[in-house]
Design a protein around this ligand. Structure first.
Ligand code: NAP
Length: 338
């Protein structure tokens, strides 16, 4: 699939879909009237006005019988399972428009993965990285804003609005002083979670933005003495490994216990690598910018393999974001909804 991701007429319907699925079980209909998409139950589709319909099966009830459609509009069925790309069928041989399909392929798995995880008391983890053509996510001095383009920033804000929590490592907070908001799109602000075993970000003015805004969680090692912490920061103790790093599985268990079942892991390289190595990433989004950096921080640092057969393979789809590339990569060894 090669599709320029253009989400405008679809975005509010996607937000609506997430809210509906969080509130109740059952299939959903996206309906288009004059190019604008909205989201409905089977009983509320305005059949007289719509010209295209996209039916999204509820993955929590995969064997439910297909709802009967009222008329012969062009319709498409989307099914999500097995930690793989969205399965898209066109029973009449007439697909809905590519703008809707492109958005559905990128964003519906995030919504559907999150609601399945919530029903199981688990976490659906989407990781994202923006890299140069030569696989760097920052210059050697840590500077990284911005490797991608404006469309990449908007995509990241959309991803934040579709999850329960955004997670970053201490290195990213100290290098970028990020706000981690959704200010470029409509949608609700998720919790912001900073991983910092010893809580070093608390004493550093470079962590100002994320720690001063309400709704921030700081995950630290058990037994850390942090002194006075600002009231808007909620400190949570998480199990760590012998190397002192928080264990990715424990991070996820702690998030699930707090009712956060979908997370957007935004970096940096060290955190992404440790979550990849722990096998807890369900979907990896790699944005590739039209830029060479020559040297700098590589996207991932993982243990070496001595034969290509020992590497990890992914199912991949791609979209373009204003001419730059977004890869959606599904680890083949991760059978999430199985
Ligand atoms: N291009 C992009 O998409 C992108 C995105 C984000 C960041 N960046 C860039 O990436 C750089 C920061 O990345 P980074 O790799 O240096 O740091 P990082 O991954 O953001 O943070 C690493 C730190 O997180 C803490 N941590 C806690 N648990 C961990 C775990 N399980 N695994 C790994 N770390 C854990 C540790 O700090 P404690 O010692 O405090 O525990 C560790 O040193 C910056 O230059 C930033 O600009 C680029």
């Amino acid at each position: 699939m090669n599709c320029e991701l253009s989400v405008g007429p679809v975005w509010l319907a996607l937000l609506q879909a997430r809210l509906m699925l969080l509130r109740r079980h059952g299939d959903l209909f996206f309906a288009s009237a004059r190019g604008q998409w909205s989201c409905h139950d089977v009983a509320t589709v305005p059949w007289e006005q719509v010209d295209q319909v996209l039916l999204v099966r509820d993955p929590r009830a995969p064997n439910a019988s297909l709802p009967r459609l009222a008329r012969g509009e062009a319709f498409t069925i989307c099914t999500f399972r097995n930690g793989s790309p969205l399965q898209v069928e066109h029973p009449e041989g007439r697909p809905v428009d590519s703008l809707m399909l492109g958005s559905a392929r990128v964003y519906l798995p995030v919504i559907l993965g999150g609601i399945v995880a919530a029903s199981r008391g688990e976490v659906f983890c989407v990781a994202h990285v923006t890299q140069s053509l030569d696989g760097r996510i920052a210059c050697s001095n840590g500077q990284s804003q911005w490797i991608g383009n404006q469309a990449d920033l908007q995509h990241s804000h959309r991803m934040r609005a579709l999850v329960d929590a955004v997670v970053v490592g201490a290195g990213t907070v100290l290098a970028d002083n990020p706000r981690l908001t959704v200010r470029l799109v409509e949608g609700a602000l998720p919790r912001r979670v900073v991983l910092s075993g010893g809580g070093r970000v608390l004493k550093d003015p470079r962590a100002l933005h994320v720690l001063q805004a309400p709704g921030c969680d700081l995950f630290v090692r058990h037994g850390e003495q942090l002194g006075v912490v600002a009231p808007q920061v909620k400190v949570t103790a998480v199990a760590a490994g012998e190397d002192g790093l928080l264990l990715p599985q424990s991070v996820q268990t702690t998030l699930a216990q707090a009712g956060r079942h979908s997370i957007f892991l935004e970096g940096g390289a060290f955190v992404l690598s440790s979550f990849l190595q722990a096998g807890v990433i369900d979907l990896l989004q790699v944005h590739i910018a039209n830029l060479l950096l020559g040297s700098g921080l590589p996207s991932f640092s993982l243990p070496a393999v001595d034969h290509v057969d020992a590497g990890r393979r992914f199912e991949m789809e791609h979209s373009t974001l204003d001419g730059q590339l977004l890869l959606s990569c599904w680890p083949r060894d991760r059978d999430f909804c199985g």
